[in-house]
Ligand binder design. Structure first.
Ligand code: SF4
Ligand code: SF4
Length: 100
């Protein structure tokens, strides 16, 4: 199994999650973060850190976000590794992102 970053992360990127990942398996592009399926050890530490509840175990991904499973698997290997928290995308707050 692996863990999956879903739509609430899109254009938010709070990046709190990367600070707790013991294996540094988060990758980013200009819009969001992805979890590398071959590197994630399924520890679950990142789930409570995400202020917009974007992260799910693969088996628990809500049906409407199933498309994000292959997107994480495809995008993580070709995106840039991120291991430290950054500012979220300009002008976004967790509250605004949750409204999307
Ligand atoms: S904490 Fe949540 S919103 Fe922030 S980068 Fe991680 S998955 Fe995306
Ligand atoms: S479940 Fe654990 S290993 Fe996988 S991305 Fe989250 S913190 Fe990293």
């Amino acid at each position: 199994m692996t863990y999956i970053v879903c739509e609430p992360c899109f254009d938010c990127k709070f990046t709190d999650c990367v600070e707790v990942c013991p294996v540094d398996c988060f990758y980013e592009d200009e819009h969001m973060l992805y979890i590398h399926a071959d590197e994630c050890i399924d520890c679950g530490a990142c789930i409570p850190e995400c202020p917009v509840e974007a992260i799910f175990a693969e088996a628990d991904v809500p049906e409407q976000w199933n498309e994000w499973i292959p997107i994480n698997k495809d995008r993580a290997p070709v995106s840039a590794q991120i291991t430290h928290k950054k500012d979220s995308l300009v002008g976004t707050t967790a509250k605004e992102c949750k409204k999307k």
